[in-house]
Design a protein around this ligand. Structure first.
Ligand SMILES: *Cc1c(COP(=O)(O)O)cnc(C)c1O
Length: 410
């Protein structure tokens, strides 16, 4: 077992007071904090190696190129990709999914085809598919969630009905950012493959929280963001199977991604360069590699156990408060809880909790259609990570009890 106290000490931002109270940071599903090693990777790069990559022959450019390509190999190892060329650096999950939704859909979707997604998707894994369906004439369908609090997860019987030969692509989230549901991603990929559909996994919530192995999952594409796994903002990854990527047209064009250009046209390099037009985000890619090192040193299986246990503990303790409605699974769940008070708006909950030093999030969590289906406009969400503790859940529960007393009709 790691020493959780030492881990907490690795994160400088956690050691401060907010409104006179120790900061209790429970907004990890929106963005995670950064350990000192990741911050230092950024500082070291800018202080020692900063240079443009790929096109230079001088010492700094070669160092920067080696570090950038080293980060790509590190990320490939982190998700067990077969080849570093399958790792495309992007701005984040949103951009990664948009690349597939534009490039792949444009070449492969036609009227009569079906794109399948689920009712629990983040807008980032929903709106790009709506756009792709509109542009191609394909139909978008949704796997329903079960239960009045979505406690039953995805309706797998409905999925079997929906997975016909017309389904060309199935895009789904690994972990729901508003429910805490952990989807059986490997099984979902297997079912999709059986009807010949391509799979896209939104791994934004899972990547830093549990082991993710793209070969074991047997997915075709997988998207994630650096900032939710202790890395910097502005960097993310699109993983794609090599055979698919090399057949895909580029999404953006420009410098760095071409082999030859004349006044009539151009030819493309293979992946990953084909999808990385322009100067890439070198510094943040290198720091993302440092985040991989940090998380692997702790061990993602251990992190999963820790944060999932905090999720269950918070669910159980909050469910004892009168007038509170909790969403998502009642048993095993990811390290986050989403809930609503009968009489108090989530924005008031978050503002009140801030007085207690708590960082929570209130709103629709980029899941408007799901909220509407559950008869809600917003929820309050507390999300946990490796540096959070059971004592912090006591602070959360005490704060929620205070709010319930203040506003509640108990
Ligand atoms: C955060 C999140 C996204 C979007 O990530 P960005 O970093 O904002 O691009 C997509 N899906 C899920 C499940 C998320 O939690």
């Amino acid at each position: 077992m790691p020493d959780w106290k030492t881990i907490r000490a690795d994160f400088p931002v956690l050691h401060q007071q907010v409104n006179g109270k120790p900061l209790v940071y429970l907004d990890n599903a929106a963005t995670a904090q950064k350990p000192r090693s990741v911050i230092e990777a950024l500082v070291n790069y800018y202080e020692r190696d900063n240079s443009n990559v790929h096109r230079g022959l001088h010492a700094l450019s070669m160092r920067a190129t080696n570090a950038y390509e080293g980060a790509r190999a590190r990320v490939a190892q982190f998700i067990n990709a077969a080849d570093p060329a399958e790792i495309i650096f992007t701005r984040g999950t949103t951009e990664s999914i948009n690349i597939v939704a534009r490039s792949w859909s444009h070449a492969h979707l036609k009227p009569g085809d079906v794109v399948l997604t689920t009712e629990m998707e983040h807008h980032s894994n929903l709106v790009p598919w709506q756009q792709a369906a509109k542009a191609s004439g394909a139909t978008l369908k949704y796997v329903p969630v079960l239960g009045e609090n979505a406690e039953g997860g995805l309706d797998l019987a409905a999925l079997d009905q929906l997975l016909t030969k017309d389904v060309k692509l199935f895009a789904f989230t690994h972990i729901s950012n508003s429910l805490g549901t952990i989807n059986p991603a490997k099984e979902l990929c297997r079912k999709a493959r059986a009807v010949g559909a391509i799979t896209v996994i939104d791994a934004a919530q899972s990547i830093g929280h549990m082991p993710v192995d793209v070969q074991d999952l047997d997915c075709d594409f997988l998207a994630f963001s650096g900032h939710k796994m202790c890395g910097p903002t502005g960097i993310g990854v699109l993983y794609g199977r090599r055979a698919l990527l090399d057949k895909l047209a580029p999404d953006e064009t420009g410098g760095g991604m071409v082999v030859t250009v004349d006044y009539k046209g151009a030819t493309w390099k293979p992946s990953p360069e084909r999808f990385e037009a322009g100067t890439p985000n070198v510094a943040d890619a290198i720091a993302l590699g440092a985040a991989c090192d940090y998380l692997d040193a702790v061990d993602r299986a251990v992190i999963a156990k820790h944060s999932n246990e905090l999720g269950q503990l918070a669910y159980q303790k909050l469910s004892e408060i009168p007038g509170i409605r909790l969403l998502g699974p009642t048993g095993e769940r990811a390290g986050l809880v989403s809930f609503a008070f009968k009489d108090v708006h989530a924005h008031d909950v978050v503002t009140f909790a801030d007085e207690d030093g708590l960082a929570l999030r209130g709103g629709h969590h980029c899941n408007q259609p799901l909220m509407r289906k559950l008869g809600l406009t917003s929820t309050t969400r507390a999300s946990f990570y490796l540096y959070n503790t059971a004592e912090e859940i006591d602070v959360l529960v005490a704060s929620m009890r205070r709010i319930q007393k203040f506003f509640g009709s108990e």
